[in-house]
Design a protein around this ligand. Structure first.
Ligand code: PEP
Ligand code: MG
Length: 575
């Protein structure tokens, strides 16, 4: 039986089904008698102590199995659990409404998590999943239920679950769990992100997992988003061979992570990483990045109740510049607003947040905030090759205004005798179709472009990038998007400037040959995609990619372009 889902993590895996079904939390509906309020709140304290102990064990395991970055997630869980606003919220609900402590926890967690889960940014939605995970653990401890966990499974299994929480994936052993199938979620769900980090083939969003039976054979075709239940003997043999070949390929890719991103005909490509925190830079470098093509600075603003001060930002930017040892790091000025709620800034509710008051529009309207960031960036530029990048640019006026403020900051620093790089490069994101169309004009005012295909695709095709119901219409390889990309690259080259790409398309292997053929100078992506893309770049010639791109531009639909690009990869043994 063949089930079509959504690709979560590439590769092929075979194994026996292990169904991970959690005992459901039943929230009690009693109210607390006046005299029992203190005892009821006491249950929360006991559950919290147990929760912190369990999280510490998971943190230690994550450190050994996955490294410091993943361990830090559970350190953060411990901090979130101890956040006074969470415990105060729960306690005051019990006191004021006499709601029992489990129900009060469920309500408070829902409110907290809801804020993050409704956000557009995958990283922020992840924080929502984290909060839900913590709440789940607290409630299980209050109710005396077994904690969730996967450390007890053995053999070679295909893990089948409704969904996986961060702490589930942390206790998962990749020598045991060969593939993952989830009923819920999509490519940006926590389970998919973790599966990609652990390089476990995964299919998400299959909808229904009733047909999977414990102990029976299953196959995960992660790249195609397909799960096979009870394959025939011939299929089993075939897919077992493919699964072995996939493991061999992973090993080869790791071995070549530090090789140069150069094509067989000697064309060098800048292969960079996307990061959200300075501490992620080392991981990107270890995965083979030779620079950072997008540092999203939003998290600095979203984490705190107050706007980040110049010195705090300076330290963060300086740290990332230094960890790059002279290689470039493109830092994007704040891309906040729209659906991203900020505790530190009172933003109005809007009918169309994605078309609203966001990113550079806020920055230009609030020089008091923007100039703090620009000053911090300039100061940090004395410590490495920082490039500044403005997001969501739609017009020349916006670039000019931003540059006026940048010049004001430079003048201030000169006067104060503070060092900075006088020749700092300044570029813009190309995310708005109008900007792509006027790229020949914009190129006069900037040093570089970086194409943000996530938004460019959303705005060009009028398809909400978060709306799963129209997910099939979200086509970054649509002929319209491709033509815009070509125009942007050509415009920059005609004026001696360079174009990078930091949207998800840059890390999509299906697009690599086309993008290189169009002349893209720099590819920037999530660290885990770098080895795969580097392998493709090192296996092809620039000349053949140019032919592929030229042919792709003659095709009529995204489907034809995708099928063609896949067939070229398959012919070369790169699919
Ligand atoms: C993009 O739009 O492609 C992009 C990289 O920006 P973000 O995903 O942060 O909106
Ligand atoms: Mg964007």
């Amino acid at each position: 039986m063949r089930i079509q889902g959504i690709s979560g993590s590439r590769g092929v895996a075979v194994g026996n089904v292990y169904k991970y079904i959690q005992e459901e939390i039943i929230i009690p509906d009693y109210t607390v008698a006046d005299g029992d309020v203190e005892a009821e709140i006491g249950k929360f304290a006991a559950a919290m102590a147990a929760t912190l102990k369990q999280l510490d064990i998971i943190r230690q395991k994550a450190l050994v199995d996955m490294g410091p970055e993943e361990a830090a997630i559970f350190e953060a869980h411990m901090q979130i659990a101890q956040d006074p606003s969470l415990s105060d919220g729960i306690k005051s609900l019990v006191e004021s409404t006499k709601t029992n402590v489990v129900a009060a926890t469920a309500q408070t967690i829902d409110t907290f998590a809801g804020i993050f889960l409704g956000m557009d940014d995958p990283y922020m939605r992840e924080r929502g999943a984290d909060i839900k995970d913590i709440g789940d653990r607290l409630m299980r401890n209050m109710l005396g239920m077994n904690p969730r966990g996967l450390s007890h499974i053995s053999g070679q299994v295909i893990l089948v679950a409704h969904d996986l929480a961060p702490s589930d994936t942390a206790s998962l052993d990749k020598n045991v769990v060969k593939g993952i199938v989830t009923a819920a979620g999509g490519p940006t769900s926590h389970a998919a992100i973790m599966a990609r980090t652990l390089e476990i083939p995964a299919v998400m969003g299959v909808g229904d997992i009733d047909s999977f039976v414990d102990g029976t054979r299953a196959v995960v075709l992660g790249t195609d988003g397909i799960a096979l239940i009870n394959p025939s003997d011939a299929e089993w043999v075939d897919y077992s061979t493919q699964a072995e070949a996939f493991q061999d390929e992973l090993k080869r890719l790791k071995d070549s992570a530090n090789l140069e991103a150069v094509t067989v005909d000697g064309h060098h490509v800048d292969l960079f990483g996307n990061i959200g925190k300075s501490k992620d830079a080392d991981n990107a470098i270890n995965m083979g990045a030779s620079g950072i093509g997008l540092y999203r600075t939003e998290f600095l603003y979203m984490e705190n109740d107050e706007l980040p001060e110049e010195d705090v930002q300076f330290e963060e930017y300086k740290q990332v510049a230094e960890s790059l040892h002279g290689n470039p790091v493109i830092i994007r000025t704040m891309d906040i607003g729209g659906d991203k709620e900020l505790k530190c800034l009172d933003l109005p509710e809007e009918m169309n947040p994605f078309l609203g008051y966001r990113a550079i529009r806020i920055s230009l309207n609030r020089p008091d905030i923007f100039k703090v960031q620009l000053r911090a960036l300039l100061r940090a530029s004395a410590f490495g090759d920082i490039h500044i990048m403005y997001p969501m640019i739609a017009s020349v006026e916006e670039v000019k205004c931003a540059n006026v403020m940048l010049e004001e900051c430079k003048a201030e620093l000169r006067k104060e005798g503070v060092a900075f790089n006088e020749d700092i490069k300044v570029g813009i994101m190309i995310e708005v179709p109008a900007a792509a169309v006027i790229a020949p004009i914009l190129a006069k005012y900037v040093d570089f472009f970086s194409i943000g295909t996530n938004d460019l695709c959303q705005y060009t095709l009028a398809v909400d990038r978060m709306n799963e119901a129209i997910g099939n219409l979200y086509q970054p390889l649509h002929p319209g998007v491709l033509r815009l990309i070509k125009g942007v690259i050509d415009a920059s080259h005609e004026q001696g400037k360079f174009t990078g790409m930091c949207g998800e398309l840059a890390g999509d292997p299906v697009a690599t040959m086309i993008l290189l053929g169009l002349g893209l100078d720099e590819f920037s992506m999530t660290a885990s995609s770098i080895p795969l893309i580097k392998n493709i770049l090192r296996s092809v010639s620039k000349a053949e990619c140019e032919a592929v791109a030229t042919h792709a531009l003659t095709l009529d639909t995204a489907e034809e372009i995708t099928a063609y690009a896949k067939s070229v990869l398959a012919e070369k043994g790169l699919a």
